[in-house]
Design a protein around this ligand. Structure first.
Ligand SMILES: [Fe+2]
Ligand SMILES: [Fe+2]
Length: 172
């Protein structure tokens, strides 16, 4: 069994991951509405990954015989200023999630929960990638100036992203 404080915190993180998915879906739909199909696809894959992050926590809590207690999700924004605005928000969001994961690691340590600490190691590494991939796009958008031919080329490039289930990358 997980101790109560960790049960509570992991349930909170299920919500955070599902909110991430919701946020990226909102961003994907903005891109679709603005004819940037590649970026819409990139965000759709991002949302799917967040669903899987949530499900890993979900399974982990249940595996311990603890309770999953699903919380209400906040409404994500629906209006954005530009592609750059979206990717900057995505980057800032990932920084927040990184802090959530760090706090979870601290809590696991505080409660001597070594299993949870090593379970969280996957998320700690994943967050390095998550921040880097959002920031990469921010930097590229700054280079191309957020419009014109450069934007269309970047859109095409980002549209090549394919969904890789975690099991296939060795993180079941
Ligand atoms: Fe996540
Ligand atoms: Fe993420």
């Amino acid at each position: 069994m997980l101790c109560k404080p960790l049960e509570k915190a992991l349930n909170e993180q299920i919500k955070n991951e599902l909110y991430s998915s919701y946020l990226y879906l909102a961003m994907s739909s903005w891109f679709s509405a603005n004819d940037l199909k590649g970026m819409a696809q990139w965000m759709l894959i991002q949302a799917k990954e967040e669903d899987l992050h949530a499900m890993k926590f979900f399974d982990y809590v249940l595996e311990h015989g603890n309770r999953v207690d699903l919380k209400a999700l906040d409404q994500p924004p629906s209006e954005f200023k530009s592609p750059l605005d979206i990717f900057e928000q995505a980057y800032r969001h990932e920084q927040k999630v990184t802090k959530n994961i760090r706090d979870l690691v601290s809590l696991a340590r505080e409660h001597n929960d070594h299993a949870t600490e090593s379970f969280l190691a996957w998320y700690s590494l994943e967050q390095v990638e998550e921040e880097a991939s959002a920031d990469d796009v921010v930097q590229q958008l700054k280079l191309v100036g957020d419009k014109g031919n450069g934007l269309l080329m970047l859109d095409r490039l980002l549209g090549q992203r394919v969904f890789v289930p975690p099991a296939a990358e060795g993180a079941a």
